[in-house]
Design a protein around this ligand. Structure first.
Ligand SMILES: [Zn+2]
Ligand SMILES: [Zn+2]
Length: 287
C-alpha cells in the first residue's frame, strides 16, 4: 500500500510512500484533480504530487510531479503537460524527475491503492458536482420531456458521478438514487428514491421531502418495515438529507428549464445563414 488516505489531517490529501527515495524524499503529499466536467463519467484525473507539504497555490515545477490517471480502468500515464510548460527553465529537470516518479508508482501500485484513489476521486467529483455553477451545466432531457414535463429524472442521469446515499443494515448494503420532478412550473416536493439492495435494483420508495413521508411503491417486494428502517438509518447518517434533496430538486428544475428554453427557442428560431469569412471560407459558427 503506497497511497494512504487516513494519514493526513486534510481529507482531500493522500500520503504517498515510496520504497526508494526520489531526490531527498520517499514520502510525498498528493492530491487528485478530477476531470472538471460535471456531466461526464470518464474517471480521469491528474495526480499532483508534491515534495513537502501540499500547497494548492504552488504551481511552479520545482518539487512537483504530475501523473495522469484513469481510476475505473486503473490506467496510469505520465502527464502530457501543456506546451507552455516546455518554455519553463526548470522543465527538463521536471521531466526527468517526473519520469522517475511515474516508474516508481507504476512498479509499486497495488489494487488497494487503486481503491484509495477511486474513493478520493469519487469524493472530490461529488463535491465538484455540488459546487459547480449552473451556467456550466448542460443536460439533454430528451424531446419527450418537452411534451410531458411530469416525467421524472434521476439526479445520476445528469450527474453520473454524483453522491450516492447509502447505509448498511443487518449485513445488507442499501444504495439510494434520487429521482425528481423537473417541471419548472411545478413546486411539488414529491420524488422517488430508487433503492438498490446488495447491488440488485428494482425497489422504489415514494418520498415527500417536505414532510419526511415515505411509502413503498410495492409492499410485496419491499416491506413497509424494511423501508422505514432504511429511511431511519438514512436520516441518522445524513442529518440534512431533506435539505439536500430540496437543493438537488431546485438544481434539476433549473437545468431542465435551461434545456427547455434552449430547445423551444430552437424550434421557433428562423435559420440564420452561416457567416462567411473574408477569404470566402466558411467560419465555424456557434451561438
Ligand atoms: Zn471527464
Ligand atoms: Zn412536480
Amino acid at each position: 500500500m503506497m497511497f494512504d488516505n487516513q494519514a493526513l489531517e486534510r481529507q482531500d490529501l493522500l500520503l504517498l510512500r515510496l520504497e526508494e527515495p526520489i531526490g531527498q524524499s520517499s514520502e510525498f503529499q498528493a492530491k487528485l484533480a478530477p476531470c472538471p466536467n460535471p456531466n461526464c463519467n470518464c474517471g480521469e484525473a491528474v495526480l499532483v504530487i508534491q515534495d513537502g507539504n501540499f500547497d494548492d497555490k504552488k504551481r511552479d515545477l520545482k518539487g512537483i510531479f504530475l501523473l495522469d490517471l484513469e481510476v475505473k480502468q486503473e490506467k496510469l500515464r505520465i502527464k502530457d503537460v501543456d506546451a507552455g510548460f516546455h518554455f519553463n527553465p526548470g522543465y527538463m529537470q521536471f521531466a526527468l524527475r517526473n519520469e522517475q516518479m511515474f516508474d516508481a508508482v507504476k512498479a509499486q501500485i497495488r489494487p488497494d491503492d487503486w481503491k484509495v484513489l477511486r474513493q478520493s476521486y469519487y469524493a472530490l467529483k461529488a463535491k465538484l458536482i455540488e459546487e459547480v455553477p449552473l451556467e456550466y451545466i448542460d443536460a439533454d432531457f430528451g424531446a419527450e420531456s418537452l411534451a410531458d414535463p411530469s416525467i421524472m429524472f434521476l439526479y445520476h442521469e445528469v450527474f453520473p458521478q454524483a453522491r450516492i446515499w447509502n447505509v448498511e443494515l443487518d449485513g445488507k448494503v442499501y444504495d439510494l438514487y434520487d429521482m425528481y420532478c423537473v417541471d419548472d412550473k411545478c413546486l411539488c416536493t414529491n420524488m422517488n428514491l430508487n433503492l438498490v439492495i446488495d447491488g440488485k435494483q428494482g425497489y422504489t420508495i415514494f418520498y415527500d421531502y417536505s414532510k419526511s413521508e415515505a411509502k413503498t411503491a410495492d409492499t410485496r417486494t419491499l416491506s413497509i418495515e424494511e423501508a422505514s428502517r432504511v429511511m431511519a438509518a438514512i436520516f441518522k447518517k445524513y442529518p440534512s438529507f431533506n435539505a439536500m434533496l430540496h437543493e438537488a430538486n431546485n438544481r434539476m428544475r433549473l437545468i431542465y428549464r435551461k434545456f427547455r428554453q434552449k430547445n423551444e427557442t430552437k424550434l421557433f428560431k428562423k435559420p440564420t445563414p452561416a457567416p462567411q469569412g473574408p477569404s470566402g471560407l466558411g467560419v465555424p459558427f456557434r451561438n
